[in-house]
Design a binder for this molecule. Structure first.
Ligand code: AMP
Length: 365
């Protein structure tokens, strides 16, 4: 990509941060920008976007509409995004008009599970066994080679378990490729982990690095249910998780917040499952438990400001409020803790409607 704009100087208070995507992550980014005296402008295709309720200006448009995207970019000092599936043509077009952070490289890499896992492995970091598969025959052969239970995942556009199928036989693996309409995919070995964790970290424009303490995460129906910090990670595993994030961030020349999803193995080792080039659901507890949240940290990084202190001043349990659970908002409102509701127009099954963070005194680790 040629002619990509870079940030020549920090965006001063009063400047405008552009955010592609208007969901809850965009909403919390806009709220964090406001705290620093920065304005936010959100671009999204959904006229009822939660972020529109809290930003300074918004554009309703298709992410593929390069004219609309260009007009939006001209009103911003820097543009960032809240989701990784920004079309690459859009990101590249934008980058010729305004600095886009994190850059196109991180976006391109994390949009494709095969490229991402290959990159992670090239850094000497551990992953599940994996292989790219394009046809039902490939998938069957890869399954035979793997010789154990696996997961077929489409290389692109999967999230919250969409575009994923657990497979227990070669015939199963072949059928999964057919069910995904022959989308290029990967077969991964099924990992018998002890538990899941993640590390949310930031890299500044000056190469500085700051990681939040890694929470232990649990999922239900492929959706994050709960993040607990400190979880069961030992001090050595905390340090190892942060080191993994630093390797990844430095190698990519990344600017902004990103998350690395980890499998913690029974022997104590850490496997990298996935990189998210954005703020992450498992970092929502930082809003209350840290002086500078993941959202503020991301805004600081992309605006060229110094990173804030990621130290935790409390233990925290963050639980998502999913689908119909949001109808019980009054129950959450009575509980001691911090309630966040995202202002979504309607409740839908499996939809993240809000989250609740409970703090307790710091126990260490
Ligand atoms: P992903 O979309 O890759 O983040 O996967 C979503 C969730 O599915 C993970 O957080 C795990 O709970 C589970 N999962 C994904 N891949 C594997 C695997 N190879 N082995 C075991 N569980 C997995």
């Amino acid at each position: 990509m040629s002619g990509a704009k870079t940030l020549a100087a920090p965006v001063p208070p009063g400047g405008t941060i552009g955010i592609l995507g208007g969901g809850q992550l965009g909403r919390m980014l806009a709220q964090a920008a406001a705290r620093l005296g920065l304005k936010s402008r959100v671009f999204c295709d959904n006229p009822a976007s939660p972020a529109f309720q809290v930003c300074d200006a918004h554009t309703v448009g298709k992410f593929e509409d390069l004219h609309a995207v260009a007009a939006f970019a001209k009103a911003c000092d820097v543009v960032t995004f809240e989701f990784e599936n920004v079309p690459s043509a859009t990101a590249e077009h934008l980058a010729e008009i305004v600095p886009v952070l994190p850059g196109a490289k991180a976006l391109r890499l994390t949009q494709d599970r095969l490229d991402e896992k290959t990159f992670v492995r090239s850094l000497g970091l551990k992953t599940s066994p994996f292989e790219g598969v394009n046809t039902p025959e490939d998938a069957a052969a890869a399954f035979e080679k793997l010789g154990t239970m696996g997961v077929i995942k489409t290389r692109r556009l999967g999230y919250d378990g969409k575009g994923q199928a657990k497979v227990t036989s070669a015939a199963n693996a072949a059928a999964a490729i057919r069910a995904f309409h022959h989308a290029p995919s990967i077969l991964e070995g099924f990992v018998d982990f002890a538990f899941e964790a993640s590390v949310v970290a930031a890299r500044g424009a000056d190469g500085s690095f700051a990681a939040f303490d890694p929470p232990e995460n649990s999922h239900e129906n492929h959706i994050l249910r709960r993040s607990i910090v400190p979880g069961r990670l030992t001090a050595a595993q905390n340090a190892a998780a942060k080191h993994i994030a630093k390797r990844i961030g430095d190698t990519l020349g990344y600017v902004g917040v990103f998350a690395v999803e980890l499998f913690v193995m029974k022997d104590g080792s850490l496997l990298v499952n996935e990189i998210a080039p954005r703020v992450h659901n498992s970092g929502h507890w930082t809003i209350e438990a840290c002086a500078v949240s993941q959202f503020e940290q991301h805004i600081r990084a992309v605006a060229g400001w110094p990173l804030g202190d990621p130290a935790r001043h409390a233990d925290a349990v963050m639980e998502n409020i999913i689908g119909e659970e949001a109808a019980d908002w009054a129950k959450y409102a009575r509980r001691p803790g911090a309630l966040h509701l995202y202002g979504k127009a309607e409740i839908r099954a499996g939809r993240k409607m809000g989250h609740f963070t409970q703090l307790s005194p710091l126990t260490g680790r």
